[in-house]
Design a protein around this ligand. Structure first.
Ligand SMILES: [Mn+2]
Length: 320
């Protein structure tokens, strides 16, 4: 629930700001990119202000068609000497996920956060958070409605991309509210098929690498846990988080948990965890990460072998 007070503060800060930067988590996904670009456009339409959108890491190719994609700047391409009146950080989860844009947050006179992750160490002076939201894009939509902002097809397309991404093509939706937002966006003319087709648009080497990783997965604890690996040599072929590996393995009858280990560099392993009706968030937290009940992750500074053993050990306590 977004309060009148929150809208008042947001309105006040944005109205007075000369310089506004927007960012989300490192290696942004459809929710991060969609939320940043939707809010950027909303601020442009309703306050007549241009904002600076930035990211760290890699924006996957399958987000190339998100409206206004070209407005996203790699953070080092933004002049680090600019003054920042307001920084808005979205969908970030934990502070460590912000990456390079953090230095712009550090010098901002006011920080607004908009997020749907659980987080006990918030960075915002104003927090428009909702742990029950299916996507940060859902909160942006609610803010847009509550503030009675004007919007256009670019905003709606970006918000649909955010919701489609974080609900795993609507699979994780547990509240009718999200579907009512989707219904409204469809009534406004957004084509779901086109959004989903655009998101399925990956480089060939990525899809082949992902299928290979799924094909070589190992199974543990009476086949309830699958562990798939993408080593550093294969990692450069990856574009995004390896969702295809998780989706392929997630179809296996009787499987409860999937762990995908990506060797981003020597002694740095990106871990993506998925549970099929079984929570994985605590495992991610134990690895120093976080996320959502059934989809979570962490980045662990250790060898592939050690991280795999830690994961086996953590799941041993969970799988009975
Ligand atoms: Mn999200």
């Amino acid at each position: 629930m977004i309060t009148k007070e929150q809208i008042k503060i947001f309105n006040d800060k944005i109205s007075k700001a000369q310089s506004i930067v927007l960012c989300a988590h490192k290696n942004p996904d459809g929710d991060a990119v969609g939320s940043v670009l939707a809010l950027a456009r909303l601020i442009e339409l309703n306050y007549g202000k241009e904002v600076i959108c930035m990211y760290d890491g890699n924006v996957p190719d399958n987000l190339d068609n998100v409206p206004l994609r070209r407005h996203l700047n790699y953070y080092t391409h933004v002049d680090e000497n600019i003054s920042v009146d307001v920084a808005i950080v979205m969908d970030y989860g934990i502070k460590r996920n912000i990456g390079g844009p953090q230095k712009f947050l550090d010098k901002a006179k006011f920080v607004i956060e908009i997020d749907h992750h659980k987080n006990d160490d918030k960075v915002g002076n104003l927090c428009i958070d909702d742990e029950n939201a299916a996507a940060t894009g859902e909160i942006i939509y609610e803010l847009m409605r509550a503030a009675k902002w004007n919007s256009d097809a670019m905003v709606w397309g970006a918000l649909m991309t955010a919701i489609v991404t974080d609900t795993g093509l609507f699979k994780y939706i547990t509240r009718g509210d999200v579907l009512r937002i989707v219904a409204d966006l469809v009534d406004r003319g957004i084509n779901i098929q086109q959004i989903i087709n655009d998101l399925a648009n990956k480089p060939r080497k990525t899809v082949l690498t992902e299928s290979l990783s799924a094909g070589n997965a190992e199974f543990f604890y009476k086949n309830k846990l699958a562990i798939a690996i993408i080593d550093n040599k294969q990692y450069k072929n990856l574009d995004g988080r390896g969702e295809t590996v998780l989706n392929l393995l997630g179809q296996i009858h009787g499987l409860d948990y999937i762990a995908l280990l990506k060797e981003q560099k020597t002694n740095q392993i990106g871990v993506s965890l998925r549970g099929r009706f079984k929570p994985v968030e605590q495992i991610a937290v134990a690895l120093g990460g976080g996320g959502h009940e059934f989809a979570a992750g962490a980045v662990v500074k250790d060898t592939l072998e050690n991280v795999k053993n830690r994961i086996l050990e953590l799941f041993k306590g969970v799988i009975k």
